[in-house]
Design a protein around this ligand. Structure first.
Ligand SMILES: [Zn+2]
Length: 116
């Protein structure tokens, strides 16, 4: 994902529509800060400079292993993994927003909403 440019990084209050794109309610983000890049010479007016990676990590326990051996569908495995606290790409993206590294737009663009 692209990093918000440190040179023109600006704090702002996201609109309700922007929050909804990440399936967030205003009460979910109380006390959180949001940033975007205004654009400057440093970032060619894109508001972004540099990149970083976000990851989805699935830790396999015996139950999950058994499910895989029994050819459980990806959807079933995903649901089970999330139940067990797997950090999805979207939630990793959210953390990067809250850390001030990324923007709502970038996370919406680079990660998909999953049902369930
Ligand atoms: Zn900039």
């Amino acid at each position: 994902m692209r990093k918000v440019c440190l040179n023109c990084k600006t704090e702002y209050t996201p609109s309700l529509e922007q929050l909804m794109e990440l399936e967030l309610r205003p009460e979910d983000v109380v006390g959180k800060k949001f940033y975007y890049g205004k654009g400057c010479n440093n970032c060619n007016n894109t508001g972004y400079k540099g990149r970083f990676g976000i990851y989805e990590i699935l830790l396999l326990d015996d139950d999950m292993r058994d499910m895989i051996i029994q050819h459980a569908s990806t959807q079933v495995l995903r649901m089970e993994a999330k139940k067990r606290g797997m950090r999805t790409l979207r939630s990793a993206g959210l953390m990067s927003i809250y850390d001030g590294i990324s923007s709502i737009e970038e996370v919406v663009r680079e990660t998909i909403v999953e049902e369930g």
